[in-house]
Design a protein around this ligand. Structure first.
Ligand SMILES: [Zn+2]
Length: 164
């Protein structure tokens, strides 16, 4: 089914519990010196999971759990870039493309400020966007959820092919 709308907004969010001895990957970037990493079936990249969900939600295509069920052995340890690529493919199949995204990462430690450019660049590359179209904000939970990473993403999609 095609949409008549020239623009569609998508929103996604994701969270993972953090445990010592695991690596922390955010937006395809491995965070150096992280004291803990995501407990997950895949690589636990909460940024990319929320990005993919925002893309899917923008076109009412459901969520990543439908395409990559966490009960399926084939997706164990999955590189989440594959999830974003699939979501992007579904968006493009419907004649749309992302034009900008804004993401907010809530994490108490380590401080992510030094990785802002790396994460923006990595997410931009996955979405075929200029780096300037990926906004990256960092928050802490103020100690309320120290073993937790939370990501929220909004994405604007624009129609790039005429509606059928
Ligand atoms: Zn996730």
């Amino acid at each position: 089914m095609t949409s008549p709308l020239p623009y569609r907004i998508g929103y996604g969010e994701d969270a993972h519990r953090l445990e010592a001895g695991r690596s922390l990957v955010l937006g395809g970037v491995t965070v150096p010196d992280a004291p803990h990493g995501a407990v997950a079936h895949s690589d636990g990249d909460a940024v990319l999971h929320a990005v993919a969900d925002a893309l899917l939600a923008g076109l009412a295509l459901g969520d990543i759990g439908q395409y990559f069920p966490d009960t399926a052995a084939e997706w164990r340890g999955l590189d989440s870039r594959v999830i974003v690529a699939r979501a992007l493919e579904l968006v493009r199949e419907r004649g749309y493309a992302p034009v900008n995204v804004a993401l907010v990462v809530t994490l108490d430690r380590p401080k992510l400020g030094p990785l802002r450019t790396d994460i923006a660049r990595s997410v931009a590359a996955l979405l075929a966007l200029p780096e300037a179209e990926v906004g990256v904000s960092f928050k802490t939970s103020e100690g309320l959820a120290p073993a937790h990473v939370q990501v929220r993403v909004s994405a604007l999609l624009a129609r790039v092919e005429p509606a059928e």
